[in-house]
Design a protein around this ligand. Structure first.
Ligand code: PBG
Length: 318
């Protein structure tokens, strides 16, 4: 008789035939940086995650690196917002200062910068707004400027997340012109208009002040369109493709794995994190096991790298 249970009898034999293994190299740790000094403010809907001022960010990043995690992605929380998101691309804006500090102070840490405008605009949309419409092409210029300012500050990878058409091409061209042809683009190629971003928007104070993001982020019901989004970004020169959120979209991740040979990233977003944390706090789920199970599932589906708020906690389980 065929007995599949033979290879499951004990942990040693299970370990021998295990197909998917998590390592610290898989993870990118997302961090939020704000103005001020000595600030380390916990985000209510994301227990264990903080808004850090630059000095505290550096301390935290040192710890992250010492745990074996190689990369962080940083999100800026500016003290000033306006209609065109000026704080996104200022030479001395929050993310640019944080990037310079991290590159200077933390040895061998890869710094990825999120390239978007929603944290910096007073209306909370990811682009230039006119008559309640988010305009595509005028936004591209500002995104390109943001990416170049981040690269100038020392960013190792540019991660555009704003879902305007043509954003990879625009950013690639601007980076190349500015002499940053070696800086890769990690494109949020397939980003859904998801309700799982709720806690992030609280953390970054970036909720749209009117309407929603459905005219630029993808309809959660669409799979074939996701393949088109990925195809465009590959054509435009993306170096790494991302799917976001992660767990609800493993079908998309898996299909991209089969279609493309580019490295794939998946973003286990704030709502995925909050869901696990809150159930664990009530004693309804075993936090550690659910964390490892979800991260393993994301990797099994095809992710080469995983952006996750659990990165620090996960590597401490290995
Ligand atoms: C910026 C951005 C968002 C996230 C990453 N980059 C928010 C959004 O699109 O509203 C969400 C990440 C998370 O929920 O953890 N555009």
């Amino acid at each position: 008789m065929l007995r599949l249970r033979r290879l499951r009898r004990n942990e040693s034999i299970r370990a021998l035939v295990r197909e998917t293994r998590l390592t610290p190299d898989d993870f990118v740790y997302p961090m939020f940086v704000c103005e001020g000094e000595g600030i380390r403010r916990e985000i209510a809907s994301m227990p264990g995650q903080y808004n850090f001022s630059v000095d505290e960010l550096v301390k935290e990043a040192e710890q992250v690196r010492s745990l074996g995690i190689r990369a962080v992605i940083i999100f800026g929380i500016p003290s000033y917002k306006d209609a065109i998101g000026r704080e996104a691309y200022g030479e001395d804006s929050i993310v640019q200062r944080a990037t310079r500090a991290l590159k200077r102070e933390v040895k061998d840490l890869l710094v990825i910068t999120d390239t978007c405008l929603c944290e910096y605009t007073d209306h909370g949309h990811c682009g230039v707004v006119r008559d309640s419409e988010v305009l595509n092409d005028p936004t591209l210029e500002l995104l390109a400027r943001t990416a170049v300012s981040q690269a100038k500050a020392g960013a190792d990878i540019i991660a555009p997340s704003n879902m305007m058409d043509g954003f990879v091409a625009a950013i690639r061209a601007a980076l190349d012109t500015a002499g940053f042809e070696q800086v890769p683009i990690l494109s949020y190629a397939v980003k859904y208009a998801s309700a799982f971003y709720g806690p992030f928007r609280e953390a970054a104070k970036s909720a749209p002040q009117f309407g929603d993001r459905k005219s630029y982020q993808m309809d959660v019901a669409n799979f074939r369109e996701a393949m088109r989004e990925a195809e465009v970004d590959v054509t435009e020169g993306a170096d790494i493709l991302m799917v976001k959120p992660a767990l609800p979209y493993l079908d998309v991740l898996h299909a991209l794995r089969q279609r493309y040979n580019l490295p794939l990233a998946a973003y286990q977003v704030s709502g995925e994190y909050a869901m696990i944390k809150s159930a664990a706090q009530r004693g309804w789920l075993d936090e550690k096991q659910v964390m490892i199970e979800t991260l393993t599932a994301i990797k099994r589906a095809g992710a080469d790298l995983i952006l996750t708020y659990f990165a620090k906690q996960a590597v401490q389980c290995f």
